[in-house]
Design a protein around this ligand. Structure first.
Ligand code: NAP
Length: 506
């Protein structure tokens, strides 16, 4: 392996060659983006971004101070009125041009993503397509912001209901989908006429910075989108959230951090959107199509190395199909190839850091100690980087930590159940409610599940629910609000109602 890196204050050029794969990442910005220009942090500090499959430093990124955060908000506030007054078609065109640029640069973006996050290149390319869809979808929605005009019930007046942008937005995104979690917020905000300050996760800022550079090339007006990577998220964010000029906070990340941010947002009664943690149940009923259920379960569990809020966390399998399902799934798991995300044929890359490996190992050890049967995997991988073997546990016992904890790793936990009633009870036995998966060929059972599972989304005979055209989001501790679909645009709009007298009255 060879790595060559050259850096300046605002860009880096990294060339990485791994085995047969040649990944060249050139001119990835590493500065702050404020008011339409790249710049170093005000104190000149930087922090390192590492490749989790080797620990090697990929780039040093400007480390925004709280003053930089306020400077970014100043820029967003200064641009807000003009951006709100910009014709919807022009807002739409910016998003559409950026969509085209993301596709033109898809291979580079995927390479950057794989280097900093670890997932296999094929999955990074998949995220590029998925993340870009939000740009296209909301470029189409930007010109379809509606209103209402109607006569009041008394017939004495007319009501006009109009929508207008909520105002400057602060967006905080996680490391696991560094492109899509950013476009899912930026695109609807810009479509609605809001300006944005975005803080990406410090583990994976490079993909987001690359995206912002493409926005700049697409003609982004100064101040409309500002990005402030920082090593101290709390210190940067608290003054921005406390600033009365901010009107919206949108967050994707863990439930404890989301809950703490909601408390901060309460002081200024900020409009908030919260995409938080998950603990997805995956139910397989006796009448399921076995091959389909196994294929979908592999996607629902192992996409993104299991590091997805939508990852199937708790498998509940009905007794009549459990032996066949477990045998077929373990065969597929044993065939997964572990490696660097940049290597051809890799199915399972590294976890994001050593804490994630410790967490997966701790959950597996606890489940086994409480009586679970280890069918596949169950150990750390003996190589450089932060790898954990894809693992299958059967007969996981009540009280095991793995049933109440978001695993965020490549571990399947199976519990068997007897009746539909029991399956639903087990699935709902969690504080979370982001997504559920269910496999049954019985139409009426599927409908019953849709009405009774406590979840914001249900994959019925499918292992992937994410789609820009549909409302993504959870119930219970999994969050507030929706991203994607027309509902995702509404999160950045507020409703104003005007009453005027009957124009025909004498
Ligand atoms: P996290 O620790 O909550 O961090 C998320 C973001 O919040 C990061 O940018 C982080 O910055 C920042 N942050 C952390 N503490 C903060 C604070 N006190 N004030 C302001 N910002 C703060 O979550 P994560 O580990 O990155 O992501 C994994 C979690 O995200 C999982 O729970 C997963 O389920 C959830 N997630 C949910 C969805 C969804 O759509 N529902 C999608 C993806 C992920 P730094 O990283 O720079 O510290």
């Amino acid at each position: 392996m060879t790595d060559q890196t050259t850096t300046s204050t605002t860009t880096t050029s990294t060339t990485t060659t791994v085995g047969d794969a040649h990944v060249t990442v050139a001119d990835v910005p590493t500065g702050l983006f404020i008011g339409g220009a790249w710049r170093p942090a005000s104190g000149g500090a930087t922090f390192d971004v590492r490749d989790p499959s080797t620990g090697a430093v990929l780039a040093s990124v400007a480390d925004a101070t709280p003053e930089d955060g306020i400077a970014a908000l100043d820029a967003a506030v200064a641009a807000q009125d003009d951006w709100a007054a910009t014709a919807p078609r022009r807002r739409s065109d910016l998003l559409r041009r950026t969509f085209d640029l993301v596709h033109e640069h898809a291979d580079d973006i995927a390479a950057v993503m794989t280097l900093e996050m670890g997932k296999p290149l094929a999955e990074s390319r998949g995220e590029v397509v998925y993340g870009a869809e939000f740009l296209r979808w909301f470029s189409e929605e930007a010109v379809r912001i509606g209103g209402d005009y109607r006569t009041n019930p008394e017939g004495t007046g007319r009501g006009i209901v109009l929508k207008r942008p909520v105002g400057p937005v602060y967006a905080i995104t996680p490391w696991n989908f560094p492109l899509a979690m950013a476009t899912r917020k930026i695109a609807p905000a810009l479509a609605a006429g809001c300006t944005v300050v975005l803080k990406p996760a410090d583990l994976t800022p490079l993909t987001t910075l690359y995206l912002v550079e493409l926005f700049r090339q697409a003609g982004l007006p100064d101040g409309v989108l500002n990005v402030v990577p920082a090593s101290d998220a709390k210190a940067l964010s608290a003054p921005v959230i406390a600033d009365r000029r901010l009107r919206k906070l949108t967050f994707t990340g863990s439930t404890p951090v989301g809950s703490a941010l909601l408390k901060q947002a309460a002081d200024n009664v900020l409009k908030t959107s919260m995409e938080l943690g998950g603990n997805a149940p995956l139910l397989v009923f006796d009448d399921a199509d076995l091959d389909l259920a196994v294929d979908a379960a592999m996607q629902a569990k192992f996409r993104n190395v299991g590091e997805a809020c939508t990852a199937a966390n708790r498998f509940f399998v009905q007794e009549g199909i459990a032996d066949a399902f477990t045998a077929a799934l373990s065969e597929r798991i044993d065939a997964l190839r572990i490696g660097r995300g940049t290597e051809d044929g890799t199915d399972i890359g590294p976890l994001i850091d050593s804490r994630a490996v410790d967490k997966a190992a701790g959950l597996v050890d606890d489940a086994v100690a409480r009586g679970a049967r280890l069918v596949s995997g169950g150990q750390r991988v003996d190589r450089e980087g932060t790898f954990y073997a894809p693992t299958l546990l059967d007969d996981v016992q009540p009280g095991s930590d793995i049933l109440t904890t978001e695993i965020f790793g490549p571990v399947v936990s199976i519990t068997r159940f007897a009746t539909e009633e029991e399956g639903i009870r087990l699935a709902n036995d969690t504080e979370y409610g982001l997504v559920a998966y269910a496999f049954t060929e019985d139409m009426r059972r599927g409908q019953r599940l849709a009405e009774r599972l406590e979840t914001g989304m249900l994959g019925w005979n499918t292992g992937v629910v994410s789609n820009a055209a549909f409302p993504f989001g959870g119930v219970k501790a999994s969050g507030l609000g929706r991203e994607g679909s027309h509902e995702g645009l509404e999160e950045y709009l507020e409703t104003v109602y005007v009453l005027t007298p009957d124009p025909f009255a004498a």
